[in-house]
Design a protein around this ligand. Structure first.
Ligand code: 5GP
Length: 113
């Protein structure tokens, strides 16, 4: 079932894309929760983190390292930033194509229930 992130990957709906390579696309969140809020999405389809096979750690690693590189390029590596992946209902996942949130640009509050 294609999600809106698949439509962004296929350029069927617009997005403010800040990074792309053969495996990953990154674009600004439409409802930013911090001054910088970018979503890093694999081009391969996985609905949730639960679906990423144990022998495919690179799927998640690429997202984390792409986010870290972007944060460093934007000058946030020393002040700091947060990366988050939500999973299913209690995790607050609303789009069922895995993605990693990068939040930066201000001190971030604590999070939890
Ligand atoms: P989740 O809640 O699944 O972890 O994160 C989904 C994110 O996608 C949310 O932060 C939401 O604001 C963002 N989002 C939803 N629809 C769109 C859209 O059409 N374009 C962009 N760029 N982000 C979206």
């Amino acid at each position: 079932m294609p999600t809106l992130f698949h439509k962004i990957i296929r350029r069927e709906i617009p997005a403010d894309i800040v990074f792309e390579d053969e495996h990953v696309i990154a674009f600004r969140d439409i409802a930013p929760q911090a001054p910088v809020h970018v979503l890093f999405v694999p081009k391969e389809t996985f609905a949730t983190l639960n679906e990423v096979p144990a022998d495919r750690p690179e799927v998640v690693g690429r997202l984390a390292l792409a986010a870290a590189r972007y944060a460093k390029a934007q000058g946030f590596d020393q002040e700091g930033y947060r990366i988050v992946m939500n999973c299913n209902g209690d995790g607050g996942q609303t789009v069922f194509q895995i993605h990693l949130h990068l939040l930066a640009g201000a001190p971030l509050g604590r999070f939890g229930a």
